[in-house]
Design a protein around this ligand. Sequence first.
Ligand SMILES: [Zn+2]
Length: 243
Amino acid sequence: MPDIFSSLRQYAIIVDVSTKADGNMRLLDEPENDTAVWKNREVFLKRHGIARTQLVRPEMRHTGNVAVVGAQHSGERISNTDGLLTNEQGVFLMVTMADCLPVFLYDPEQHACGLIHAGWRGLDADIVTTGVVLMQRAFGTKPQDIRMVVGPGIGVDHYDVEDERAKVFQHYRGAVEKRNAKQYLNLSHVAHQQAERVGVRGEHIRIDSTCTACARDMYFSSRRDRPAPLQTQMALMGMPLST
Ligand SMILES: [Zn+2]
């Protein structure tokens, strides 16, 4: 298995994506009382020495909104956002996904990180661009310093979309592939180009090519698993407190 985070391992940060073996990470109807899912999350977090109370998570409504958070948000869910940024140690960001992309951003100069939940709606709303621009504004980040990793998501081969949706991404190089009468969307191409357009260097961008729909034993997939209730993996990123 390729280590998608190898480009980030040299820095004192924690980054990971859970797998099916870690269990479902998607909360059900009463989020704070969903003990089974919180148990899964806590076991996963504990492996990294992180407590649930250190997590900050976005509501994830497929928006293009990104927020800056800190210790005062610990344990909270930030409404109407899909991406979070922090430059505080001991604050850990999480998103859940099962086909949408987790996008990890790290600035090793200003010691700031970001984690974005990016599906087609978020990308249509320029969420990766917004994340990079907000890192500049909030932390003085230079885009050329950013290391970006795009985690596992639905691969182009399994992501056929309607004409309307394809049209939205037509202007991204190679993002829409026509095969027979169908159109297929490559979400990671879109994320990559949004980052490059605002100054992230191509050589600092790593894309995990694992397709969640193909990797049946490893990941949940919204498309593949339908009509079963949606289960998800979680992505985690943050900077531990220095000792
Ligand atoms: Zn696939």
